[in-house]
Design a protein around this ligand. Structure first.
Ligand SMILES: [Zn+2]
Length: 280
């Protein structure tokens, strides 16, 4: 997760306007394949209504709804959030890959309605900065009267969609390997271990006793920073909350597949837990 919110990047605040200023990443290029997929598939619904303006430009916080094959009961609602830190593009690409993977293997989402937010910090993604263009670490702003427009939109989604589970994807430049941070419902504990085993096929796990300043065991951390993305504090029936963290600097395809494997494992695991609970 890396707590570097107060540490300025070397180039932070320096406005260099010359021809070698690096080009911004393209949100349009990122989302084009998903938009095409949504157009072609009955399982996908795009929502582009979450909009905000920043420095005179209009942005969308895109949501892709994937409706898996029905499995009897009301669909289980899961929110998957990536790219809240703009300099972690591998997490964003993993969310995109996961959606494309689901289109081919829809049964993985049987019984689910998945809300996937692949790029939660669009200006940071464009600029390749952890913070938004307004200089905020958005993953420290939740449920604290934030003035940031992205936070208002995401909080509205978290309230309206009443998720059974929330999964965030991150890339960490301080860790030795893949790890998970668990919160929310106690059953989260039963989901994280198989998810990490699945990710371990692609990336090693971070087995240190301390990760990012928090005690850790078997690549699982049970605390996180205040203001991270989570369910509304007033919600009494807590959803499971999992933050998946991949190590920075590994081959992108391995990172993407580690995330996809972990997500697949969580969906399968939660479906089983729900079925078990219903049969008690
Ligand atoms: Zn992050």
């Amino acid at each position: 997760m890396k707590n570097k919110s107060s540490v300025a990047r070397p180039d932070a605040g320096v406005k260099v306007r010359n021809p070698v200023t690096p080009a911004r990443r393209s949100l349009a290029d990122l989302l084009a394949p998903l938009d095409q997929l949504a157009e072609d598939s009955p399982n996908f619904v795009i929502n582009r209504e979450a909009r905000f303006d920043m420095e005179g430009q209009s942005y969308v916080l895109p949501r892709y709804l994937f409706i898996g094959p029905k499995s009897g009961d009301a669909p289980i609602r899961i929110g998957i959030f990536a790219g809240i830190h703009g300099d972690e593009p591998e997490a964003v690409y993993a969310a995109v890959r996961f959606l494309r993977f689901l289109e081919t293997y829809a049964d993985l989402a049987a019984g689910y309605c998945l809300s996937v937010y692949p790029v939660c910090n669009p200006t940071g993604f464009e600029d390749n900065t952890r913070q938004s263009r307004r200089g905020k670490d958005l993953n420290r702003e939740f449920w604290g009267n934030s003035a940031e427009p992205e936070i208002a939109l995401m909080q509205a989604e978290l309230i309206a969609r009443c998720f059974h589970g929330i999964i965030s994807l991150h890339v960490d430049d301080t860790c030795d390997g893949f790890y998970g941070i668990v919160g929310g419902a106690t059953l989260t504990e039963y989901l994280i271990k198989p998810a990490l085993r699945a990710a371990d096929k692609f990336l090693p796990l971070d087995k240190r006793a301390q990760i990012d300043g928090f005690p850790a065991r078997d690549a699982v951390v049970r605390e996180s920073f205040p203001g991270v993305l989570r369910a509304p504090p007033s919600v009494r029936s807590r959803p499971f909350e999992i933050i998946l963290e991949a190590p920075e600097g590994r081959p992108t395809f391995l990172t993407e597949w580690a995330f996809v494997a972990a997500l697949e494992s969580i969906l399968a695991g939660y479906r089983k837990l729900i079925a078990y609970a219903q049969n008690l």
